[in-house]
Design a protein around this ligand. Sequence first.
Ligand SMILES: [Zn+2]
Length: 276
Amino acid sequence: MGWYEQKKDRAPVPPEKAIWAVCPKCKSHFGKKAWKDAGGICPKCNYHSRISARERIAITADEGTFEEICAGVGYSDHLKFHDASGAYKDKVEAAKAKTGEGESVTVGRCKIGGHAAMLGVMDFAFMGGSLGTGTGERIARACEEAVAKRLPLVIFSASGGARMHEGILSLMQMAKTSAAIAALKKAGLPFISVLTDPTTGGVSASYAMLGDINISEPRALVGFAGRRVIESTIRQKLPDDFQSAEYTEKHGFIDRIVERGEMKAFIARMLDFWGF
Ligand SMILES: [Zn+2]
């Protein structure tokens, strides 16, 4: 069919059927395989795209060493919450089917460059990486397991914040995870926090900023409330690079920005330095 015969209102191609990956930043097109082989990093502008928890585990843990713990820990729908677009439990089930994960964070033991560690990885595709009761419980158990086995903890965060569908109990996870991290530190164990795009809200306001070292990927969005909310509250225009990892590093909240391709080696070097 010639292009002039095609209907203008035809349905867009769903992303899973598209043969091209489009860089969200510079809009360049690449073959999907080339994009995946590059680790989701744009070969043209170096944009670090969001990747799944399993993709992150594959590039962080030594091959075949990741052993997941508490995979059965999941959400709690104590409010039987519904909003205009449907029931909370249906949304969680859809997120599970979409990502293949049971919660917004996946935790387990592994080796990183030969060093034994506890690893937690959040998946933004699971309900915006939101912090629910299941997420908080998994983070807390990762801390407890790290203390029991004398392991350092590494968490890759990616989150829009607390999961409002679980009401006040989701906010409680901020205190719960912070307490679990404090117990880890009291036991003399280090915590490496990696903030990936985006790390905001209740996650940046709790465990993600509590690392002995806080690292970020280039140009990741790191902040608490969004730009529009802040601008409308303080009635001022914010700088263009506001809440970028680079801006956050400049103002002392991030210790180091590390490229994705060098992240594993950097973490292994830190663990080596600390004697693990
Ligand atoms: Zn790009």
